[in-house]
Design a protein around this ligand. Structure first.
Ligand SMILES: C[S@@+](CC[C@H](N)C(=O)[O-])C[C@H]1O[C@@H](n2cnc3c(N)ncnc32)[C@H](O)[C@@H]1O
Length: 282
C-alpha cells in the first residue's frame, strides 16, 4: 500500500468513527427545523439562531461542521444554504429523511450507547433498558411510535420502486402485508395492480393509519378494519400469521394486532402514485 493509499484509508476510518457525531448533529438540526427555514434561500447563522432560539455561535459551528459533510453550503459572511443532501431533511421532500432523524433523536438513537453491553451479554437493549420489547415499548410511547411509523413509511417511498422491479407477484389473488406499517407498500402495490385485494396486519394504532392512508391513496374501494387478527373478509387467522411472520409476531401481541382488508378499484386513479421533487434550497 502506498503512503497515499494508507492516508486515504485511515481518513476513511476516521470518518466512519465520527459517523455517530454526524448523526447527532443531524438530529439537532432536524429538531430545530433548520432545513425548512432555508427553503426560500440562504440565511445567516445569526438569523437562524434568532428564529430557533438557540446560541448563534454554537449553531454556526454546527452548521459549519455539517457543511464539511455536504449537508449545508457554507457561503461565507455567516450565510448558510442547504445542499441537495440536506434538502432530503425537508418534510415535503419525497422519501423525506426527517422522520428518521426525529426517530434517532429519541430512544432509538440513545439505545446505541448500550451496544457494548448487548454484545457482551447477547441481550436485547430495549428490553434491558425499558423492561419490554421493541414493539411494546413503541405502543407505550406514542410520540416514538409515530416517529417510527413515519420513518418506515418514508423509507418505503424510496424503496418501493426497486421492490416492484425485483419482486414478481402472481396474477390474481390477495396480497397480505404482515407488519405492513402505515400501508405505503400495500398502497403502491394496489395502485400498480388495480382490482387486486390486499390485507394488512399491524398493531391497532398503525393499522388505523394504514386504513386512512389506503383510503387517501384511492386504493380502498371497500375497506374493512377488524380489531382481531382474524377476519371473515380477509380469511387471515392468527395461527397463519405466526407462520408467515417467522416468529416476529409473538403470541401475546398477535391477538392485539388489527387487520385492514381492502379491495382496490379496477382502474388506477390518475396521478395517485406521482411524486413531486424536493425543490428545496436549489
Ligand atoms: C420494521 S416495521 C416494517 C414496516 C413496513 N412493513 C415497512 O417495511 O416499512 C415492522 C412492523 O411490524 C409491526 N409489528 C411488529 N410486531 C407486531 C405484532 N406482534 N403484531 C402486529 N404488528 C407488529 C410494527 O408495528 C411495524 O409496523
Amino acid at each position: 500500500m502506498t503512503n497515499g493509499d494508507h492516508v486515504a484509508t485511515a481518513m476513511r476510518m476516521r470518518a466512519l468513527l465520527h459517523g455517530h457525531l454526524v448523526s447527532r448533529a443531524l438530529t439537532v438540526v432536524a429538531r430545530l427545523g433548520i432545513v425548512e427555514l432555508l427553503t426560500d434561500g440562504p440565511l445567516t447563522a445569526a438569523e437562524l439562531a434568532s428564529r430557533t432560539g438557540v446560541d448563534p455561535a454554537s449553531l454556526r459551528r454546527l452548521l459549519g461542521a455539517l457543511a464539511v459533510f455536504e449537508v449545508f453550503d457554507d457561503l461565507g459572511d455567516d450565510k448558510f444554504g442547504v445542499t441537495p443532501l440536506g434538502a432530503t431533511l425537508h418534510p415535503e421532500c419525497p422519501g423525506s429523511t426527517l422522520p428518521t432523524a426525529l426517530l434517532l433523536a429519541q430512544d432509538f438513537g440513545e439505545i446505541w450507547h448500550d451496544l457494548a453491553e448487548t454484545v457482551r451479554d447477547g441481550g436485547d437493549a430495549i428490553q434491558r433498558r425499558f423492561g419490554v420489547g421493541l414493539f411494546e415499548h413503541l405502543q407505550q410511547n406514542l410520540e416514538l411510535h409515530d416517529a417510527f411509523d413515519r420513518s418506515q413509511a418514508r423509507g418505503m417511498e424510496l424503496e418501493a420502486a426497486e421492490i416492484f422491479e425485483y419482486v414478481r407477484f402472481d396474477a390474481g389473488g390477495t396480497v397480505v402485508d404482515i407488519g405492513g406499517g402505515d400501508g405505503s407498500l400495500l398502497a403502491e402495490f394496489l395502485t400498480r395492480q388495480p382490482g387486486r385485494r390486499g390485507v394488512l396486519l399491524d398493531v391497532p394504532a398503525t393499522a388505523d393509519r394504514a386504513l386512512a392512508n389506503l383510503e387517501k391513496a384511492g386504493v380502498a374501494d371497500q375497506a374493512e378494519r377488524s380489531s382481531r387478527a382474524t377476519s371473515s373478509r380477509s380469511g387471515l387467522s392468527a395461527e397463519r400469521c405466526t407462520c408467515c411472520a417467522m416468529g416476529e409476531f409473538n403470541r401475546s401481541l398477535q391477538h392485539r394486532a388489527a387487520v385492514v382488508s381492502v379491495a382496490a378499484p379496477r382502474r388506477p386513479r390518475p396521478g395517485s402514485s406521482s411524486r413531486g421533487s424536493c425543490g428545496v434550497g436549489y
